[in-house]
Design a protein. Structure first.
Length: 202
């Protein structure tokens, strides 16, 4: 049995809901043959998210970790290739912390690459006709901070594989500002299931 941990985030930055957690819960409630899926909701906190993911990996001992985050302003699935050792933001996180070009860890590499078959995943999602792009920057906010912490854990716990996926808000999401780009929830759930299936084929 393949064990998969899917993470999503709590709401942040004035949003009432976070599409990443809605999708994570739905993926965990769905069925994929030969796969056990668990979901964890993470805090939008630069200082706490690293300990949360480390505890979740210790608790579940997953083969694959798929991290999801909401990126309002996109209308496609964004597969992240790189995590950068830097925190910077104009918006406070949920602990009211606003980092100013601070390293996540002074001792560790400037950037880390995913060990997931990202191009394979990209082609499969494209083949299904869903809008998808590979991105070389997950930003410098909490999603990037989580991704960096998780890719450091991959080095400590091989052969665990990890990928970060940014998602749009979903169509019908509670209390969105008018004009916010969205995508149907079912497509995002389906896409994350494709990511898991491809990870299983590694
Ligand atoms: N998106 C933010 C953090 C939490 C989330 O869902 C980001 O892109 O960094």
């Amino acid at each position: 049995m393949l064990k998969v941990l899917v993470t999503g985030f709590e709401p942040f930055n004035g949003y009432a809901e976070n599409s990443s957690w809605t999708v994570a819960e739905k993926v965990a409630a769905s069925n994929i043959d030969g796969v056990t899926i668990v979901a964890e909701r993470l805090p939008v906190s630069f200082r706490r998210v690293g300990a949360y993911i480390s505890d979740a990996v210790a608790k579940y001992n997953p083969d694959i970790v798929i991290m999801l985050g909401q990126s309002a302003g996109i209308d496609y699935i964004k597969l992240e290739r790189i995590a950068i050792n830097m925190m910077d933001s104009i918006n406070a996180d949920n602990d009211n912390f606003v980092p100013n070009e601070e390293p996540i860890n002074k001792e560790t590499p400037a950037a880390l690459f995913t060990n997931f078959p990202i191009k394979q995943v990209y082609r499969c999602i494209l083949d299904k006709g869903y809008p998808v792009k590979i991105s070389n920057s997950a930003g410098l906010y909490v999603c990037n901070c989580l991704y960096y912490a998780m890719l450091m854990l991959c080095n400590e716990h091989p052969p665990v594989k990890a990928l970060f996926v940014h998602l749009p808000c979903y169509t019908g999401q509670y209390n969105l500002k008018e004009g916010t780009l969205t995508m149907p929830l079912e497509i995002m759930v389906e896409t994350v299931k494709i990511v898991i299936e491809e990870g299983d084929n590694i």
